[in-house]
Design a protein around this ligand. Structure first.
Ligand code: GMT
Length: 387
């Protein structure tokens, strides 16, 4: 209950949070936000099709409502959005929610619009809807013609819109005809959770000869350029003894494992799959690689920095909004494997520089600590408080 000592700036609220329950950044962020709000005394209702992965502790202020999508032989595609909107209506009315905060536009913003209309008609109440844009809902999926009209409409119909970085806000304005203000509220990290003492026993297992530890964590989608991670690592171990930890799973995993074998470096690479205790892995990490094609923000990078790992990444999207070139980490153009390898080798060969940058990365992460960002969401919510 670390929040209870803080003075609330207004009364507590009943908040509905809609997100993807998986390991993706938007779901992680939404879950951590809900947990923090519950710790501050707000009542939080998660509405989603599965228990969110980071929702792993009991809190009397947290409620989880599972969206069930009944199947029927006629449905080649079970209508999740309809089931979700109906669940939203049920929770809004029966738990007297003050507002709905949806994370990731598709299909959450349009389902929220539908729920809003139904609640208006049923009980003549206007339920405020806040939509937080996370990245691929805008940059990859949302801009596809198949979805664009609905995405544009439902974003514009939201009572407030937030984006997780300036870069994502700008891209949203460029991509869609948005008629409202998009407010930027940066993603956050619970620094206290990630600033862990490295486990010597774990380190010994991973790097028995005190090799440097390099980590990558993602959903192994094309946008993450996981093959670049392996190529960068192959260059690193030509100069510095090191081990690579690949955390997560997704469509590119098998090809990436194959690449490690083709390059003959498989004995130095461990594919760990999805991991809930990412902070234990980050605690032993020296360098975190994130060479993505695009990152609206790069929550994984921020979590690594909070764990005192130095992030070497592409300079795509909003990554430069969290990392400072040459001070807290390094960035290079997308696909510039040689530059990212060079930065890593230079850093890992200079122990003083490595220590100094790890500390700088940690201090930078502290600027995005949960205690600084949660009040921004509360302030936003308070604009919609019922008096
Ligand atoms: O990175 C992903 O593919 C997952 C995706 C998601 O929506 O779960 O992450 C996006 O949202 C995160 C949380 O706001 C951001 O930190 C990631 O940068 C963003 N990913 C992309 O923009 C590719």
């Amino acid at each position: 209950m670390k929040w209870s000592s803080l003075e609330p700036i207004y009364n507590t609220m009943r908040i509905g949070i809609v997100c993807y329950p998986t390991f993706g950044g938007s779901g992680v962020l939404a879950t951590e936000l809900g947990k923090a709000l519950a710790d501050k005394g707000h009542q939080v209702h998660f509405i989603t099709y599965q228990q969110p992965v980071r929702l792993n502790e009991f809190n009397a202020n947290i409620f989880y409502h599972e969206v069930r999508v009944p199947t029927y032989p006629l449905f080649d595609y079970p209508p999740y959005e309809v089931a979700l909107a109906s669940a939203m209506v049920d929770v809004i009315i029966n738990h007297d929610l003050d507002l709905l905060h949806v994370h990731y536009a598709i299909p959450h913003a349009s389902a929220a619009y539908m729920a809003k209309q139904i609640v208006k008609q049923k009980i003549n109440r206007n339920i405020p809807v806040i939509t937080t844009l996370h990245g691929t809902d805008i940059t990859l999926v949302g801009r596809d013609k198949t979805y664009e009209p609905v995405v544009t409409f439902s974003i514009n119909e939201s009572d407030a819109i937030t984006a997780v970085s300036n870069n994502l806000r700008d891209i949203t304005y460029q991509t869609f005809k948005i008629t409202k203000e998009i407010e930027v509220i940066y993603n956050f990290v619970d620094v206290a959770r990630f600033d862990k003492k490295p486990s010597e026993a774990f380190k010994k297992v991973i790097a028995p000869n005190n090799e440097k530890i390099i980590t990558h964590a993602s959903n192994f989608r094309k946008v993450k350029r996981v093959d670049d991670v392996v190529h960068i690592f192959a260059n690193i171990i030509k100069e510095v003894p090191a081990k690579l930890l690949m955390v997560g799973d997704g469509p590119e995993r098998h090809a990436t494992e194959e690449l490690a074998r083709t390059l003959g470096i498989e004995e130095h690479v461990r594919f760990l799959g999805k991991q809930e205790q990412i902070e234990d892995i980050l605690a032993v990490t020296d360098v975190f690689l994130l060479p993505s094609e695009y990152e609206s923000f790069g929550l994984a990078a921020l979590e690594a920095m909070a764990a005192r790992a130095v992030v070497i990444s592409s300079d795509a999207g909003g990554l430069h909004e969290i990392n400072i070139q040459g001070e807290t980490g390094y960035m290079a153009p997308v696909g510039d494997v040689a530059a990212m390898s060079g930065y890593a080798v230079g850093l890992l060969s200079d122990e003083n520089k490595l220590m100094q940058m790890k500390q700088a990365a940690y201090e930078q992460a502290c600027l995005f600590d949960i205690s600084k960002i949660i009040p921004e969401y509360e302030k936003l919510y308070s604009r919609f408080c019922r008096m």
